[in-house]
Design a protein. Structure first.
Ligand code: FES
Length: 201
């Protein structure tokens, strides 16, 4: 059974993390897909973007900008997926009942395909950009005890799991939003639409 976590302790750790920035994960550390995308104007208006995920290794992450926001695609390992079912007591909304996601992503993994997690990198506190840190803060074992990894918002220390679900005792009130998306092919994922538009005659 998972160890109960003291949320007061988590709050103290949040302060430490926010001040020292020990996570230090820059968005630039992730492959940023910027070529073969719609124009900046079209993207600002919400045009869908296509992400090639053919080279995405297990445990890897890519980022794309959609509607001016970072969208991450994480290829989750079996270990990351197994962890999702063990965190319910630590989360504000473990079943994502009050969170924003398409119906096909309203499940434990918050995804169409559990292996590929697609999420908007926009913190539900004050809209900073949480960064993926899926293996957790390896240099801070005391923080690993309360947060095993996922997404971390350095602005005020909000912690999310590997399905974008927010932990208790942090400023963010809700899980990270999931955008509309679909798999165009096994190697191509489209963000911004639920399905391919019908072919015109
Ligand atoms: S904006 Fe993310 S914790 Fe405040």
């Amino acid at each position: 059974m998972a160890e109960p976590v003291n949320t007061d302790r988590r709050r103290l750790l949040i302060g430490a993390v926010g001040v020292t920035g020990v996570f230090g994960v820059a968005a630039a550390a992730y492959p940023f897909i910027s070529s073969w995308q719609p124009s900046a104007r079209a993207k600002a208006l919400g045009a869908p973007v296509t992400i090639n995920i053919a080279a995405l290794e297990p445990g890897g992450t890519v980022m794309v900008l959609w509607r001016g926001r970072p969208v991450y695609v994480v290829r989750r390992t079996p270990e990351l997926l197994a962890r999702l079912a063990k965190l319910a007591d630590e989360l504000v909304d473990p079943q994502s009942l009050a969170s924003r996601q398409p119906e096909y992503a309203h499940n434990l993994a918050r995804a169409r395909d559990p292996e590929y997690f697609v999420v908007e990198g926009v913190c539900t506190h004050l809209s900073c950009a949480p960064a993926p840190q899926l293996s957790g803060p390896s240099r801070r074992p005391e923080i690993v005890a309360v947060w095993p990894g996922g997404f971390f918002c350095a602005c005020h220390g909000s912690m999310y799991d590997a399905a974008g679900r927010v932990f208790k005792g942090v400023p963010a009130p809700a899980n990270l939003p999931i955008p509309q998306y679909y798999f165009k092919t096994p190697a191509e994922l489209v963000v911004g639409l639920d399905e391919a538009p019908p072919r015109s005659a």
